[in-house]
Design a protein around this ligand. Structure first.
Ligand SMILES: Nc1ncnc2c1ncn2[C@@H]1O[C@H](COP(=O)(O)OP(=O)(O)OP(=O)(O)O)[C@@H](O)[C@H]1O
Ligand SMILES: [Mg+2]
Length: 399
């Protein structure tokens, strides 16, 4: 509890009256320009109030300012002060408060007036609205009860405001920590996403490079190397896109959705061949273009196609890709003749980190895909039958 108070009044008798009320036990109130009479009075006063105030008595504005400056600098600020409005000397009470309110931003002030010196509006005008909850007033002649009650309020308010300030600072710090943690989590998710995506691309680059190395046929070799180049380009685009994603809104453009599907198929062409998978494509004529992030949509189709390849495994099979549109949505279906999804897993496959592939899967592909699709205002759903295959339906609103 801060029980330090400052009194400013140029009238010796009034200072004595304050001392009698606020410093009844300490025989020697600190009267800066001390006079014996103040002490005598104080010594005679009975103990009337359990609160022990540490009071500094000052007679001029400059004395008050210097006391407040020193106390604030020493880390022992006053909770508040009683300031006589009408003062002789260089500064009156108002001028003094005007100066000290900027020295100690927490100091609470009681303006003591002998008569209606200034109206409350006047005072608010003088100090500004931000100061309005830091001052109070008291009319002379005051009673002991009034002084004690004001002193009580001053110190209690000072403590309450200090606690509130600490509380707000604590909350602010917690919020900043939360935002930092969120940002870190986002960076982490992104890093995993990039890793996942680059894993796919590297797979394609290595596969085609392998093919080029083993091939004796120059035209086949050239074809494979071209795909290595394309995959690398795609990696560069993703990096560029990610960089712009960190900085600004992801870039969207009017796109024929068949393009990112074709790109994704190309990237895994090697895997498709290796697993003896037949791909059939059927795209409705005159499919409307739609505004999407092309790289992100490519990522979705790549994830779906790679999952289909995994589901088919080594026994060969079929992947069917179709696209059509109604007046609201473009609908892309990716169907495979693979293992299918067990009923108990069907609700889990879009959850982040859910995988049935052990160390070979991270369980991120579908959760990222769904996020991307939902960011485009679209929807993804699945139908599956164990042993028969799986159909993913992606719907993206027509731009
Ligand atoms: N076409 C599919 N056929 C059968 N199961 C599938 C198919 N697509 C997804 N799944 C199931 O859904 C799970 C989650 O798929 P998801 O793409 O999110 O992760 P993942 O493929 O396991 O790992 P990642 O894609 O991160 O490498 C898979 O582990 C698999 O069990
Ligand atoms: Mg996957």
């Amino acid at each position: 509890m801060n029980h330090r108070l400052l009194i400013l009044d140029d009238d010796e008798g009034i200072l004595e009256a304050y001392a009698a009320i606020l410093s009844p036990k300490t025989n020697a109130p600190v009267v800066r320009s001390s006079r014996a009479s103040a002490r005598t009075q104080a010594a005679a006063a009975p103990v009337l109030h359990p609160v022990q105030y540490e009071v500094t008595y000052t007679k001029t504005g400059l004395e008050a300012i210097s006391a407040i400056e020193q106390a604030y600098a020493a880390g022992l600020p006053y909770a508040g002060g009683f300031f006589d409005v009408k003062l002789g000397g260089e500064l009156d009470g108002i001028d003094t408060i005007r100066r000290i309110k900027d020295i100690d931003p927490d100091l609470l002030c009681v303006l003591v007036t002998a008569y209606q010196d200034r109206s409350i509006e006047d005072i608010t005008n003088v100090f500004g609205a931000t100061f309005s909850d830091r001052w109070d007033f008291l009319n002379k002649p005051f009673t002991k009860a009034e002084i004690l009650q004001k002193a009580n309020n001053l110190t209690a308010n000072w403590d309450r405001r200090r606690r509130e300030k600490e509380y707000i600072e604590k909350i602010k710090a917690q919020q900043e920590q939360l935002i930092r943690a969120e940002r870190l989590a986002a960076v982490g998710t992104m890093a995993r996403g990039i890793g996942h995506e680059f894993g796919n691309i590297l797979l394609s680059i290595m596969g085609h490079a392998d093919l080029a190395l083993q091939s004796k046929d120059p035209s086949q070799m050239e074809e494979a190397l071209k795909l290595v180049g394309k995959s690398s380009e795609r990696a560069a685009i993703i990096i560029r896109n990610l960089q712009s994603m960190v900085k600004t809104e992801p870039k969207r453009e009017k796109v024929d959705l068949v393009l990112p599907i074709k790109e994704a198929l190309e990237l895994v062409g090697h895997e498709i061949k290796k697993h003896a998978i037949k791909v059939t494509e059927h795209y409705a004529p005159n499919l409307p273009k739609t505004v999407v992030n092309r790289v992100e949509m490519g990522q979705v189709f790549l994830n779906l196609i790679i999952n289909a390849i995994h589901a088919i495994g080594n026994k060969g099979g079929e992947i069917r890709i179709t696209a059509d549109a109604d007046e609201r949505n473009i609908r892309i279906m990716v169907a495979d003749s693979g293992s299918g999804i067990a009923e108990e897993n069907i609700t889990k496959i879009f959850e982040p980190l859910f995988t049935t592939k052990g160390n070979k899967g991270s369980g991120i592909g579908l959760s990222v895909s769904r996020k991307i699709i939902e960011n485009h205002g679209g929807h993804i759903s699945v139908r599956s039958e164990v042993g028969k295959g799986t159909v993913f339906l992606v719907q993206i609103p027509v731009a």
